[in-house]
Design a protein around this ligand. Structure first.
Ligand code: ZN
Length: 306
């Protein structure tokens, strides 16, 4: 294993099933099959999950990235990402989107972590419109609490799904529900569960910092272009890193890119910008190594060989 590899805490596993789910919703252009959608997007149509997993490994190798979390990005797609993680257990960590309003949500989560070995339960309250203080969410978090090594990822702030936008699919999300203060309430109730808020809260930075200040089990990922910084006049990503380091310290920041489809592949530009920022802030080599890889390894230990 690479001694100084980068770990990416936030990538999307855009599986055949993901496209099938999109195709089932229909698109603006009257194209209804997964192949049509890929053609319209000019994305490589994914073959089987195993082939896509190998594609990812090749891409990570190209950029000297050691490990990556891959998110199954449509509810019900746990098996795809499980197949990928099982094929490359030392390199790929499986996360999955879960809709807590599904009647079998808690059972699905249990199966995903116990039988399929997935490590991150991803909640999108604005999308699924289940408030974080709803018992259906609590039931799902209880699954993480009962299974050490499983994190709960909660998307907060602005939520746009690029592929939906490109295909003209409606996204009627309730942005009020992705609230870091509600994540704090859960994180305080389940102190043994690591919580991850992606993209520094995607526009809710102040509330994320406040929540993280009172919840030692709350982490942020740094992924994406972090375009939300434009909502605050003058805010720079460097200032965001500086504030986050001041409040959370170096052990609760998880580097991520939000990479998703091919042929675009791994978003090296996101890494280069964030590495430059972390270095410019005078971060020690040891702390930078935590942010870009060590924290991920600590949260998601490599499974022992059977
Ligand atoms: Zn993402």
């Amino acid at each position: 294993m690479r001694a100084t590899g980068i770990n990416d805490a936030h990538c999307h596993f855009v599986s055949p099933r993901f496209f099938a789910a999109l195709a089932a919703q229909g698109t603006r252009s009257r194209t209804h099959t997964a192949a049509d959608i890929c053609h319209e997007l000019q994305w490589e149509p994914p073959d089987a999950p195993e082939t896509l997993a190998d594609r990812w490994i090749h891409e990570l190798d190209t950029h000297n990235v050691n490990r990556a979390a891959l998110i199954a990005s449509v509810p019900g797609d746990e098996e795809s990402v499980a197949a990928a993680a099982a094929r490359h257990p030392a390199r790929l960590v499986g996360f999955f989107m879960l809709d807590p309003s599904a009647p079998d949500a808690a059972a699905r989560a249990t199966r995903a972590v116990r039988e399929l070995g997935l490590r991150g339960i991803c909640l999108f309250p604005a999308m699924h419109q289940v408030p974080l203080d709803d018992n259906r969410v609590r039931n799902v978090v209880e699954v993480a609490a009962a299974n050490p090594g499983v994190a709960v990822f909660v998307h907060c702030g602005v939520l746009t799904v690029g592929v939906r936008r490109k295909l003209g699919l409606p996204s009627r999300f309730d942005l009020r529900l992705g609230d870091p203060r509600a994540v704090a309430r859960l994180a305080l109730a389940f102190p043994q569960v690591p919580f991850i808020i992606p993209h520094f809260g995607a526009g809710t930075l102040q509330d994320v910092l406040m929540a993280a200040d009172v919840c030692p089990n709350l982490h942020v990922d740094t992924s994406s272009s972090n375009n939300w910084t434009r909502y605050t006049p003058g805010l720079t990503l460097q200032a965001v890193f500086k504030s986050a380091l001041a409040v959370l310290g170096p052990r609760r920041l998880l580097f991520g890119t939000d990479s998703s489809f091919f042929p675009r592949g791994w978003q090296r530009g996101v890494y280069e910008e964030q590495k430059r920022i972390v270095d410019a802030l005078g971060t020690s080599v040891a702390d930078a190594a935590l942010i870009f890889g060590g924290n991920f390894d600590a949260m998601f230990t490599v499974p022992a060989k059977p």
